[in-house]
Write a protein that binds this ligand. Sequence first.
Ligand code: CO8
Length: 258
Amino acid sequence: SGGLVLIDVNDKTGYALVTLNSPPVNSLNLELLTAFSNALDEVKNNKSKGMILTSSSPTVFTAGLDINEMYKPDYARARKFWSSLQDCWLKLYGSSFPTAAAINGHSPAGGCLFAMCCEYRVMLPKYTIGLNETKLGIVAPAWFMASMKNTIPIRKAEMALTLGTLFSTEEALKLGLVDEIAKDKAEAIAKCEAFLKRYEKIPQMARGATKQLYRQQDIKELESSRGADVELFITTIKNDKIQTSLGRYIAFLKWKKR
Ligand code: CO8
């Protein structure tokens, strides 16, 4: 149905299923990020016991940031865009409620970022996931890196980032970038529910505070430098070489479709 982000709270479990619903590939533009940020507020306010993040696309979790927001952009809009991405990361990575991702398709760049912000990842076979920014000639910000360091061994993270590796589901499992593989979306959601259920015996306050304390340093670093981080983004995308890379990448995506 209509909304860019669908929220469906399961009355039995108390978990909110949050579905990114911007066809064809859930590329994260300003509108989708704003809707997602609002959805995260709603899940917090409706006191859901946990959240499962997934996609309505049959083959793509999300294609990451919408490259059109970075290629020859309107700079006022680009500032809002980056700030809304910061909002989403701060809210998702820093949420007190438990989170899991049912990764039912490809999950490059920003898709991998959101998946890594969750505390558990279940992925369908034969898709790809990773922070592939260097392959586009761009640099993942430090807070993207922080989420990866929080997920996989630190040396593997450095190599994955510098190489811009997109891992297959099976490689991602071996690496610990995903926790389980599921044969289809329903099974992925069920496995996420089973993960969230493990917290039912743990006092909520202690659980949430522990998660937030564990992630506090990363959160604080961005919170204290949000304005500078926006300006760094703007300076970066103003660079001619980066514009050329992004333009080439868009052309490549169109070419590979033929
Ligand atoms: N942004 C904008 N449009 C996109 C994007 C995207 N990220 N991804 C796909 N599209 C478009 C395609 O161009 C195509 O458009 P059209 O129909 O007009 O030709 C349409 O969506 C469908 O795409 P595909 O035909 O490619 O669909 P497939 O199902 O074959 O493949 C994939 C899906 C695997 C997701 C593939 O589209 C893909 O690889 N996309 C690019 C993914 C990617 O590398 N994203 C990186 C984005 S950068 C990022 O997220 C972090 C940046 C950090 C900022 C750093 C500071 C500068």
